[in-house]
Write a protein that binds this ligand. Structure first.
Ligand SMILES: [Zn+2]
Length: 128
């Protein structure tokens, strides 16, 4: 087992596999590395996070990309367009369903199209 394999085995398992133990017996650098690794939890337990400066939050926010809003005229134009489309759709619906409205826009009369075919005849197979 070489140095890299030994260190990977130690950091992955947290234990000392027999091959790694043999390597540690012959390699002073890996023994020092293993000792530092074993001492790491105790060092982390005593570590205190540095306090942030008063301007930290402002600096972070200033470093973020700004999501630019559309210009006011573009928002007003979009709102007007949405309103106009909604109004046109509403007027169109009224024209289609209002009695006496545009005949071409109304659904066709089934009796006029079918030449007097009764739905019951159609279902029973008696239709011409
Ligand atoms: Zn080594």
């Amino acid at each position: 087992m070489n140095c890299e394999e030994t260190r990977r085995a130690l950091s992955d398992s947290g234990e000392v596999p027999p091959d790694a133990a043999r390597h540690l017996g012959t390699c002073a650098e890996c023994r020092a590395w293993a000792d530092a690794l074993a001492a790491l939890p105790a060092r982390l337990a005593t570590w205190a996070a540095p306090s942030l400066s008063d301007t930290f939050e402002a600096k972070v926010l200033a470093s973020l990309p700004i999501r630019r809003r559309a210009p006011r005229w573009a928002r007003v134009a979009a709102e007007f367009l949405i309103f106009a489309l909604g109004a046109l759709a509403g007027l169109g619906a009224i024209r289609v369903f209002a009695p006496g409205g545009d005949a071409a826009a109304r659904p066709a009369d089934p009796a006029a199209l079918g030449g007097g075919v009764d739905l019951a005849d159609f279902v029973t197979g008696d239709s011409p």
